[in-house]
Design a protein around this ligand. Structure first.
Ligand code: NAD
Length: 288
């Protein structure tokens, strides 16, 4: 398969490198210039001969702009596979634009972070036509370990933001529970041993514990270096609240998590830290 890969940042570069082991990949990025890839001079040059064009871009506005550039030059019937995390509305607009140009579009945001991108162990959650999903399945198998078809265009993004809304909420709940436990004189290891096997368990507690030295290795054991940065969590919580507003869904915990991460990133010292640094944030605080 000939693949165009646009957006070769922290995630895109290792994904493209993995694909280049067994496919012809032509990459492009406005800034990044990663080793080990054949690079084109423009988005359109990377896209024009490709059977599948993958985009891995920062946000929906940039995705829409790139789609407007590349769709007119793509081969008839080619697939635009967008793996960025963007708003549901942009994903659906890009899919409609692709269809109008005689192309197919799949939105397939990922979970698994830079480690997953490097090791080829990402999880993809995809929206779009089933035949196009089947065509790109071999690429998912190279870049990841699992791909779930979630339905029509935009449903991949819907799954991603619902998942990350739960993640943001549970990380805050887990962090504030540790602080309450500290103040009640409950040992953190005892707290972990109970909660991780009781009804309060979650990925935030069991797999990515925000307390240093407790549970499996996590960014808490590395000075809260990301990992998954607090500002990326804020991006995803903004996307889930945008979607909730557009769909008239009541998501008060998602809103509270969004507001806390916004406060942490924009007005406190959260920028550049892992999203689990919510625990030291709560440690410094008392009831308002
Ligand atoms: P990044 O900022 O490292 O990479 C984005 C790249 O896009 C940059 O290299 C940038 O130069 C390039 N770019 C911007 N505009 C462009 C254009 N018009 N044409 C070509 N290239 C352009 O970001 P990332 O961490 O690689 O994340 C990419 C996407 O994946 C985001 O949507 C992010 O939310 C999502 N994501 C990231 C992670 C993570 O842990 N980093 C995890 C899951 C999902």
């Amino acid at each position: 398969m000939k693949i165009g890969f646009i957006g070769l940042g922290n995630m895109g570069a290792p994904m493209a490198v993995n694909l280049a082991q067994s496919h012809e990949v032509m990459g492009f990025d406005t800034v990044a210039n990663p080793q080990g890839l054949t690079l084109a001079e423009s988005n359109t040059a990377a896209a024009k001969d490709a059977d599948v064009v993958i985009t891995m871009l920062p946000n929906g506005d940039i995705l829409r702009a790139v789609a407007t550039d590349i769709h007119p030059v793509m081969k008839p019937g080619a697939i635009h596979l967008d793996c960025s995390t963007v708003d549901v509305e942009s994903a659906r607009a890009v899919a409609a634009q692709a269809q109008a140009a005689g192309l197919k579009a799949i939105d397939a945001p990922v979970s698994g972070g830079i480690g997953g991108a490097t090791n080829g162990t990402l999880t993809f959650m995809a929206g779009g036509p089933p035949d196009a999903f089947a065509t790109v399945q071999p690429l998912f198998n190279i870049m990841g370990q699992k791909a779930v078809h979630c339905g029509a265009a935009g449903n991949g993004q819907a799954a991603k933001i619902c998942n990350n809304m739960i993640l943001g909420v549970t990380m805050i709940a887990t962090s504030e529970a540790f602080v309450l436990a500290d103040k009640l004189g409950l040992d953190r290891q005892a707290m972990f041993d109970v909660v991780s096997t009781s009804s309060g368990y979650s990925w935030s507690m069991n797999a990515y514990c925000p307390a240093p030295g407790i549970g499996p290795q996590s960014p808490a054991d590395n000075g809260y270096q990301p990992g998954f940065a607090a500002e990326l969590m804020l991006k995803d919580l903004n996307l889930s609240q945008m979607a909730a507003e557009a769909a008239n869904a009541d998501t008060p915990m998602g809103q509270a998590a969004r507001d806390l991460y916004a406060q942490f990133v924009e007005n406190e010292d959260g920028n550049g830290k892992d999203f689990s640094a919510m625990l030291p944030r709560f440690e410094k605080r008392t009831r308002p």
